[in-house]
Design a protein around this ligand. Structure first.
Ligand SMILES: *Cc1c(COP(=O)(O)O)cnc(C)c1O
Length: 484
């Protein structure tokens, strides 16, 4: 393909994507395929001779689309949203076109500098304390990670290095192995599985802290666990607080937890993967209070801020904490501007070396929506979740299982877990909408997350009528079976 054909095909592709997104509501939200469906549909190995673009594109509808779960469908209410907007799609196209790999300042100055400034913009939008901002000469700053999971891992590894160095400077006789063996990381029993994974990769123990009846971790719960562990010779070094848990969007009590972590030399990382986007609205910003005690903070614009995957925004108060943990300087990566104070080499802030020009997406989206446009978008989703909550509450057969704060409603039929499992199975087998469940303590619960950019109250009302009808059908047969 030469540039002339690219021009033509590029325009066709943009049309295809626009058609796809505009009409995604007409496609079945969840595919019909069975595991292994794809392999028999394509050749065993790559073609020896080139094929045409037409050959490739016709297989998109024949082979790919039948196996796609349509996350951007307004009938998709599963997991959490995946962000998508036209400005972000266009920026990603440009990112691919420039195709630089911005691991150091010199490797592409614009890639590095725009990222630093965009993270400052975004930090100011959620009113992060200024220690987290880079400014011209700040100690802190932001970085775009691929995912919230990577942000948690990076912060855990930084905390590990920092703790080991501190303890060895206090007691030089301690070996790194002695210390590693006793390090413990903590997170809520409601925390995302990526925290446990980070501890696994980081080679440290991980313990959960019990959440309260609102599914939040409070100060006394953390303190109890810390006291026990310190008494048995362990070294608490890392606590991952969650703002907006994945199961039910509960919030750990940062204002109680932060001072404890600070006093105990425990690195506090705040994972607000989903909820973080809402903090751009003044009425939700109070949920972030206490972040001033944190060492690092992360949320995913790729979930709820209209910036297509991948874009996880992470800030640290002291950039040297992170770079000290990851800095290696082989000759081929050195450049004459090093350590000038104005230079950020993002390779020291992340696991991989290579990195894409992802800040373009943030720049396009923040400029073309503006803060007010983004706030409006968040508020619409929150309004829709309350609309759904209201519909559920009007039906006495159902109960709401956790406070509805943002765009997620946890609900279930009053009755057994088996009944609710059957209801969810019927919902997902009908494939008119798509939901996923969670466990809240011993209860099996259905999660209804407001997801798509284009979802409206009509879709929410359709979803509720559908759920309610399936519940009616189920309860009829369920009662008969349980009376026999
Ligand atoms: C979605 C989610 C994650 C994982 O996000 P990735 O960016 O896919 O790693 C982590 N924590 C919470 C609270 C989440 O909701």
């Amino acid at each position: 393909m030469d540039a002339a054909e690219y021009r033509k095909r590029g325009k066709e592709m943009v049309d295809y994507i626009a058609d796809y997104l505009e009409k995604v509501d007409t496609r079945q939200v969840f595919p019909d395929v069975e595991p292994g469906y794809l392999r028999p549909l394509i050749p065993d190995c790559a073609p020896q001779d080139p094929e045409s673009f037409e050959d490739v594109i016709k297989d998109i509808e024949n082979i790919i689309m039948p196996g796609v779960t349509h996350w951007n469908s307004p009938y998709f209410f599963a997991y959490f949203p995946v962000a998508s907007s036209f400005p972000a799609l266009l920026a990603d196209m440009l990112c691919g076109g420039i195709g630089c790999v911005g691991f150091s300042w010199a490797a592409s100055p614009a890639c590095t500098e725009l990222e630093t400034v965009m993270l400052d913009w975004l930090g100011k939008m959620i009113n992060l304390p200024k220690e987290f901002l880079a400014g011209k000469d700040g100690q802190g700053g932001g970085v775009i990670q691929g995912t919230a999971s990577e942000a948690t891992l990076v912060s855990l590894l930084a905390a590990r290095t920092k703790t080991i160095r501190r303890l060895q400077s206090e007691k030089p006789e301690l070996t790194k192995a002695d210390i590693m063996d006793r390090l413990v990381a903590y997170a809520s029993d409601q925390a995302h599985s990526s925290v446990e994974k980070a501890a696994l990769i980081g080679g440290v123990k991980m313990k959960t802290v019990p959440s309260d009846d609102m599914f939040s971790v409070c100060g006394s719960a953390l303190k109890n666990v810390l006291d026990d562990d310190k008494a048995s010779g362990l070294i608490p070094f890392f606590f991952c607080a969650t703002l907006g848990t994945t199961s039910c969007c509960s919030f750990d009590k940062l204002l109680e937890l932060g001072p404890i972590c600070n006093k105990e030399n425990i690195w506090m990382h705040v994972d607000a993967a989903y909820a973080g986007s809402a903090f751009i609205c003044p009425e939700f910003r109070h949920l972030l209070n206490g972040v001033e005690f944190a060492d690092s903070f992360d949320f995913n614009p790729h979930k709820w801020l209209l910036v297509n995957f991948d874009c996880s925004a992470m800030w640290v108060k002291k950039r040297s904490d992170v770079t000290d943990a990851f800095k290696l300087e082989p000759l081929y990566l050195q450049h004459p501007h090093q350590d000038s104070g104005l230079i950020t080499d993002y390779r020291h802030w992340q696991i991989p070396l290579g990195r894409r020009f992802r800040s373009l997406k943030l720049w396009f989206v923040m400029r073309m929506y503006g803060v007010t446009g983004l706030q409006k978008y968040i508020r619409k989703h929150v309004r829709l979740s309350h609309h759904f909550e209201h519909l559920v509450l009007q039906d006495e057969r159902f109960e709401i299982c956790a406070d509805v704060v943002l765009g997620l409603v946890c609900f279930r039929l009053k009755g057994s877990n088996e009944l609710n499992k059957e209801l969810l199975k019927n919902i997902n087998e009908a494939k008119k909408i798509h939901l996923v469940p969670c466990h809240l303590r011993e209860k099996f619960v259905l999660r209804f997350a407001i997801c798509a950019r284009t979802v409206e109250s009509t879709h929410v009302e359709f979803a509720w009528q559908h759920i309610s009808q399936l519940a009616t059908d189920l309860l009829k047969t369920w009662k008969q079976n349980h009376q026999q």
